[in-house]
Design a protein around this ligand. Structure first.
Ligand SMILES: Cc1cc2nc3c(=O)[nH]c(=O)nc-3n(C[C@H](O)[C@H](O)[C@H](O)COP(=O)(O)OP(=O)(O)OC[C@H]3O[C@@H](n4cnc5c(N)ncnc54)[C@H](O)[C@@H]3O)c2cc1C
Length: 263
């Protein structure tokens, strides 16, 4: 029987494992490896931060895959050996006929110790707690590097925080500002999309600071390379990711396996 090994039980790995099993049924033995016991639906992290979902609603046990005939192994992937069709994990060495790598983008440490990052479940819950006790003030949402999962997320989060302040009745005592390294919101999608996002931000009274490259976070202030400064009472900052994350470049550590079986 053909053995398909899927590394990662995030959105990509889960979809791939299910699709392969559904398409090829008994012809394949599909094994999915993840270091965590649960799949987490990452786009819902901000919903948790703003109290629109509870953590249990956005995560599912990966062991549920067994009901669909997919084997789940909890282990950390340590090394790939594409020459020998082997993967080294904390649960031992695994062999495969076809390999699907979907290990996601690794978050690096944040440059701001006081920054909140709803880019993980833990970060979302910390932001929820900070908002619970927030009495109004300056809220700044920004990006720490050009690479982070989900380019629109900072604008979505800024809109949600603005709404949360209204619900708490402290919007009139607060300002919400967004900074980004790019000159315009979602600059890569062209001027029409950028213009629309700017329009939405403006309609909510959210200021946008473009071309803002943060170089220092200290004393409740973020300083940009060009000398601009923004002070804040609450900072929400994307954690930096290495440039092999969401932008779609093949990780140098692994092979692209799917063309072999789709071709
Ligand atoms: C706040 C936020 C909002 C988003 N909003 C959207 C949106 O609206 N629309 C959209 O399309 N996308 C959105 N995204 C992006 C989307 O969630 C990601 O693109 C997607 O999750 C990537 O899937 P993946 O399988 O490549 O990686 P991930 O979902 O990150 O999964 C990687 C998996 O690999 C596991 N893993 C990593 N390293 C190892 C290892 N060494 N050993 C074992 N297991 C390991 C992890 O535990 C994880 O389960 C958002 C992301 C965030 C953070």
């Amino acid at each position: 029987m053909t053995r398909v090994l899927v590394l990662g039980g995030g959105s990509g790995g889960l979809v791939a494992a299910n699709k392969v099993k559904r398409l090829l049924g008994k012809e394949v033995e599909v094994t999915l490896v993840d270091r965590n016991t649960h799949h987490e639906f990452m786009p819902a992290y901000p919903w948790v931060a703003f109290g629109m979902r509870e953590p249990e609603a956005i995560r599912r046990p990966l062991a549920n895959l067994e009901k669909r005939g997919i084997r789940y192994l909890q282990a950390t992937v340590e090394a790939l050996d594409p020459e020998r069709n082997r993967v080294k994990t904390t649960a031992g060495e695994l062999s495969y006929d076809y390999l699907i790598v979907s290990l996601g983008a690794e978050a690096l440490p944040s440059p701001a110790q006081d920054g909140h990052a709803p880019w993980s479940l833990e970060g979302a819950l910390k932001l929820r707690e900070a908002l619970r006790t927030f009495k109004g003030g300056k809220v700044v949402v920004g990006v720490s590097s050009p690479y982070y999962p989900c380019p629109p997320a900072p604008y979505e989060v800024a809109g949600q925080v603005e709404f949360a302040l209204k619900v708490k009745g402290v919007r009139d005592k607060s300002t919400v500002e967004v900074f980004h390294l790019n000159p315009a919101p979602l600059a890569g999608m062209g001027p029409v999309i950028s213009g629309k996002v700017l329009e939405i931000l403006k309609s909510k009274g959210i200021a946008f600071h473009g071309g803002f490259e943060p170089v220092e976070f200290a004393g409740g202030k973020v300083k940009a390379k060009d000398g601009r400064e923004l002070s804040y009472d609450l900072l929400i900052l994307t954690p930096p990711s290495p440039p092999t994350g969401w932008c779609g470049k093949a990780p140098s550590r692994g092979p692209r396996a799917s063309p072999r079986w789709t071709g």
